[in-house]
Write a protein that binds this ligand. Structure first.
Ligand SMILES: Cc1cc2nc3c(=O)[nH]c(=O)nc-3n(C[C@H](O)[C@H](O)[C@H](O)COP(=O)(O)O)c2cc1C
Length: 164
């Protein structure tokens, strides 16, 4: 799984549009994630409307790079009709890692921009996307062809491994 060791946060994108087949692939990968009790609490908003993208870019002090992407994915989670709501954000985290790695596998660049659990950011995104009351935004993923490249930082630290 090469993508595990090449994935980086990409915050600059070329103007080349992302093919809808690639977005489909990424979302399929995200939805193959495991979840508590297989509850699959996710919903994915795919945003290409420039005004909405500008709003999302301003929804968090650290989401500015969203403005430069032609496609933005906003993974959300349902708060009703799921078995284990306390696991919903954990389920979304796992789906988001699948999404990110799948984007890399398609030659795309993206970065996870934290929205949940910050209530102020969540409320802004809820308003921008006009989400129903039972749906909470989890993160923002601007997606595009990368206009930056660098090797991944080596984080392997043998001292963090404890054999008992
Ligand atoms: C839960 C989470 C929230 C993050 N939120 C932001 C964010 O709001 N803005 C941003 O620019 N990067 C954000 N990042 C990206 C991290 O800063 C980045 O993954 C980290 O510095 C490691 O760098 P790398 O992804 O290039 O390996 C977030 C990453 C995670 C996992």
């Amino acid at each position: 799984m090469n993508e595990l060791f090449t994935r980086i946060s990409v915050r600059k994108y070329t103007d080349q549009p992302v093919e809808s087949e690639k977005i489909d692939y990424i979302l399929r990968a995200a939805m193959q994630a495991p979840s508590a009790g297989d509850q699959q609490p996710w919903e994915f908003y795919v945003v290409t409307d420039p005004e909405t993208i500008a709003g999302l870019a301003a929804s968090s002090p650290y989401a500015g790079c969203t403005a430069k992407a032609g496609t933005v994915i906003v993974p959300c989670y349902r708060t009703e009709g799921i078995f284990f709501p306390e696991y919903a954000q954990i389920d979304l985290s796992i789906a988001c890692e699948n999404l990110w790695l799948a984007a890399v596998s398609q030659g795309l660049g993206t970065v996870m921009l934290g929205i949940a659990p910050h209530e102020d950011r969540m409320q802004k995104v809820e308003k921008i996307l006009n989400l129903p009351a039972n749906l909470k935004p989890f993160a923002i993923f601007p997606v595009g062809y990368p206009a930056e490249a660098r090797p991944q930082k080596n984080r392997c630290d043998q001292s963090r491994i404890h054999y008992v």
